[in-house]
Design a protein around this ligand. Structure first.
Ligand SMILES: Cc1cc2nc3c(=O)[nH]c(=O)nc-3n(C[C@H](O)[C@H](O)[C@H](O)COP(=O)(O)OP(=O)(O)OC[C@H]3O[C@@H](n4cnc5c(N)ncnc54)[C@H](O)[C@@H]3O)c2cc1C
Length: 445
């Protein structure tokens, strides 16, 4: 996978940074690139002493302005790698700046793997945890559900190890915290023995996959564009001894790079000029692009390349509300189509197991995730707002790292442990060192 496509830290233009989608730009007062936990703690203490706010940044891959700061930006890219591996328990400690695409091979060298991953691997460990990043599969939680301990640099300049025995309330709150409680410098993750995945990607009539059959054994991602069939990716777990049959470098370049991403790029550009041809292009991309089966070590199969930039909103809904939510979404796209608005990106459908992480989007309920997208040069407002009305009306919770318009009053009703989270926040960061305008909205000032 090319690091120039889905990857790299927030793209820097002189002192100005922007998010992967390009929707948000900012210029921090100061940038610090600490190389140790002590340097992180010192940077936090110095900023707090000067009355500056602090934001850690990972890869800048959030669609929302959650990482934006006018204060001190702490870039953890120099804090990368494993610090401890416990082969008996499968628990590993990893520095929070480690990109997920490096973590897979690092774990593999120890015969370990993450039980599940999202659909790209450019994020940092700290960023993925902070926003409740997830993959798909009802047998699996998102990344925050794999965390068994965290080392945090807090607003008072201290470094604290937190887990279920040490400051358990702070641990529970910090597993998903949008960086509001401190800087994660190290995380302990529960891993599983390394395994292979066999992926089957194909196009199927939409009616055959809605409602999806959620198999815990072979989780699926389904994506579908208005007026087109669905494309599904189904991953089956196999032991390492089953043997690999990877996507070759040539095939990967042609299929993913030229066809999949290239067709999307064409669709997006053409759709902007002539929206009526979008459904036809959607059909071409769904039926025409790579029907394939391949088998490889898990961290190579979970992820895909995303070279066409887009903006995204994603909601986690109670599993049982999927059909109503999908019907509402179809009504939205029909209504928009009548007004000449035809989103040129597919809708993506995934699922995840319930967990007990206080601000996890799957807290307390098995969840279906529905994501809607628009090409980065198109205004997503009308589409996203209409979809959000449907999803929020069904008790949906927005992905913390993607676009949405929810606020603290809403979050208080959506998350049963929100008041507990706020109490921890008041105790650990009373002066609100770790905030920005976005957090002031979603958590309150
Ligand atoms: C192409 C693409 C594909 C994606 N696919 C998925 C997917 O499959 N599943 C999914 O759930 N999401 C997905 N996302 C969303 C993405 O996983 C999240 O937005 C994630 O937070 C990005 O990680 P990052 O390292 O870029 O964090 P950033 O965007 O840099 O930061 C996100 C938040 O984390 C905080 N943060 C970062 N590091 C730390 C730290 N060390 N300590 C404390 N706080 C910290 C920041 O302050 C900020 O609040 C995708 C995004 C893109 C652009």
């Amino acid at each position: 996978m090319s690091p120039t496509t889905t990857g790299g830290p927030a793209r820097t233009v002189g002192p100005t940074h922007r998010t992967w989608s390009g929707a948000h730009r900012w210029t921090p007062a100061r940038e610090v690139r600490p190389a140790s936990a002590d340097e992180v703690a010192a940077a936090v203490a110095a900023a707090a002493g000067e009355g500056l706010r602090v934001r850690a940044i990972g890869a800048g891959h959030s669609f929302s302005p959650v990482a934006v700061t006018d204060g001190v930006q702490l870039d953890l890219e120099r804090m990368s790698g494993l610090t401890h591996v416990d082969h008996a328990t499968g628990r590993v400690r990893v520095l929070a700046g480690t990109p997920l695409h490096q973590l897979g091979p690092l774990l593999g060298a120890h015969g370990l793997a993450l039980a599940n991953m999202g659909d790209i691997d450019r994020q940092s460990v700290g960023g993925a945890l902070a926003t409740s990043t997830h993959g798909t599969g009802l047998g699996f939680t998102g990344y925050a559900g794999m965390v068994t301990g965290l080392r945090l640099a807090t607003a008072d300049g201290a470094l604290r190890w937190v887990d279920t025995e040490h400051e358990p309330e702070l641990f529970e709150a910090a597993r998903v915290s949008l960086g509001a409680l401190g800087v994660i410098v190290e995380a302990e993750l529960r891993c599983v023995p390394a395994f292979l995945l066999e992926a089957r990607e194909q196009a199927e009539p939409l009616a055959d996959v809605v409602p999806p059959s959620w198999s815990a054994a072979a989780p699926r991602t389904t994506s579908s564009s208005p007026g087109s069939p669905a494309r599904t990716k189904q991953n089956t777990r196999l032991p390492l001894g089953a043997g690999v049959d990877p996507v070759g470098a040539f095939r990967s370049t042609v299929m993913d790079g030229i066809l999949a991403n290239g067709v999307y790029a064409l669709m997006c550009r053409a759709g902007g000029q002539a929206p009526r041809i979008v459904p036809a292009l959607n059909r071409v991309s769904a039926w025409g692009v790579d029907q394939r089966r391949y088998r490889d070590v898990s961290h190579r199969v979970f992820v895909a390349d995303r070279s066409v930039r887009f903006r995204e909103m994603e909601y986690a809904l109670p599993l049982e509300s999927f059909e109503e939510a999908f019907a509402g979404l179809q009504a939205v796209t029909r209504d928009l189509a009548r007004r000449g608005v035809l989103p040129s990106f597919p809708v993506e459908v995934r699922a995840a197991a319930a967990d007990d992480v206080w601000l996890s989007t799957a807290h307390g309920r098995d969840s279906v995730y529905i994501a809607v997208h628009r090409w980065h040069r198109e205004d997503p407002t009308a589409y996203f707002r209409a979809c959000e009305e449907v999803f929020a009306g069904l008790g949906g919770r927005p992905h913390w790292g993607k676009e949405h318009t929810r606020d603290a009053a809403w979050a208080a009703g959506a998350y049963p442990r929100f008041a507990d989270f706020q109490a921890v926040r008041d105790a650990v960061d009373p002066g609100r060192v770790f905030t920005n305008d976005h957090l002031d909205r979603v958590f309150g000032a």
